[in-house]
Design a protein around this ligand. Sequence first.
Ligand SMILES: [Zn+2]
Ligand SMILES: [Zn+2]
Length: 134
Amino acid sequence: MFFIFGVNSDQKEIGSFGPVICGICGSYGRYRVYVTYMCLSLFFIPVLKWGRKYYAETTCCRSLYELDSQAGRRLQRGEQTEIRPEELTLIRRGGSSGWGWAGQKRLRYCPACGYETEEDFEFCPKCGRRLEER
Ligand SMILES: [Zn+2]
Ligand SMILES: [Zn+2]
């Protein structure tokens, strides 16, 4: 006789909450809340779950927060229907493009005259020096 063990991480969506005015992009959005956990299964039956973590992602700009686990549990049981700002810890700031950091422009500046631009210029349009990245 042998045992079949399996350990994997699983993710379950709890629901969406809101609307809220997003603190990141300023538009109306909702929090999509989900939980992740590690799961030990024996003969493909989950026997143990641990390492539960709750996350909330905004639907407007896809910023990701870690949600307080007490609050997450209450939301899951339906005892709480809205998310308070103090229950959230920002993990990833979303952009208005919805692609996070990839959509962010880097700031370039001229070491000679101090000219700054978000454009993808190689050289300073004022004095012709090579621009550096900040
Ligand atoms: Zn937003
Ligand atoms: Zn310059």
